[in-house]
Design a protein around this ligand. Sequence first.
Ligand code: SF4
Length: 417
Amino acid sequence: MSTPSSSRSGADRCPGLLTPFVSADGAMVRLRIPGGRTNASTVAAVSSLAKDLGDPDITLTSRGSLQLRGLPQPLPRELITAIGDLDLVPSGAHDKARNIVADPAPGLDDLVAELDAGLLADPGLAGLPGRFLLAVAEPDGPVLAQPWDIAIVDERRPEARGTGPHDPRGRLEGRGTARVLVDGHSVVVDRADAPRAALDVARRFLAVRPDERTWNVRDLPASEDADGATAAQGASRADLLPGGTPFAVAPGEPPAPGPVGDDLVALVPLGLLTPAMALSLDEVGGVLRRPSSPGGPVSRLRPEGPSHLDHRVVVTPWRSIVLPGGAEYADDLAAAGLVTTPDSPWSVLTACAGAPSCNRTTTPTRRIAQEAAPFVDVDGPPVHVIGCDRACGHPAREHAISLNPSCAADVVAAQRS
Ligand code: SF4
């Protein structure tokens, strides 16, 4: 991960580091968090900024990043300074290129950090399109279902990777091999070389893409067409990975909300992290961080308030937050609105931003999804509510679509169809 580069304020270090999008309900800023690796106090600090300056709810995206919405335009200097001081935008030039999704296992932390550091170290890689996606995964990792362009798969045995998000063994054994994947092909490299090999592929992509609207590897010609003929002219996807041999991925299911050993997967309904949820995460993180803490319900310690000590959390591409060691605090986090059991409608119900946030629709997708939540089948297929065929934020796994529903019943019917 990045480290602060000087004692100057965020705004002085990186003037213009935040590029807002302007939507119907104000400016929107996307904060990229490579691999979703951050800490509870940073999430709480971002939430506090959102509450003070714009829409109080932070949006978790399908890339594991955070969005602040409803902000004034131009952006307040206070916001730019605070985001810079949190070191969330260590290089303004590279910001749009820092799209790294990863499975939450701690044994992948070093690969994520080295991939991000290598990307930031190369000025040329700042030219990667904002839609270009890098993934770091376990062999059967659910993140492999995301629409990645280049993936690194850690091939060490499970004990060496760490068996859960909180298992420290994953950080102890760095040696082994990893697989670099591009378009159904892979090469095996020393694990330590995998970030460099992946970024070499990214450089080749930039070198061969015919124009700036070629955003992804899948936009390049396939190596062979359906009849087995080789690509007629220009570079093909296979040229990006010399020596690559066919390799099929088998993504697992995203982690369900609830305890996983000592850890907790907390789902954020509709991806909207409220100030109460962020505060609760920070309080629990603060309790877990205290080495001498006797444990016990967080409410017993609440009079002390949040500790503001860093406690690692992982923001996932599945609108959840993994809190290492958080299993015993599931009830406290549920009281704040997070989903901590698998039998919730929010495990199968998602929605795009919709109206009034998006001016491409008049359908209030999130409100209708909230009305539909008591009636959807929690054991049924996922259903995604959208206001137009862009289908923003759709789940990577197979799902039903509810396009422009007029009421909750339309969503329920779409799930059953
Ligand atoms: S799917 Fe359409 S309506 Fe929904 S947020 Fe995306 S562009 Fe807007």
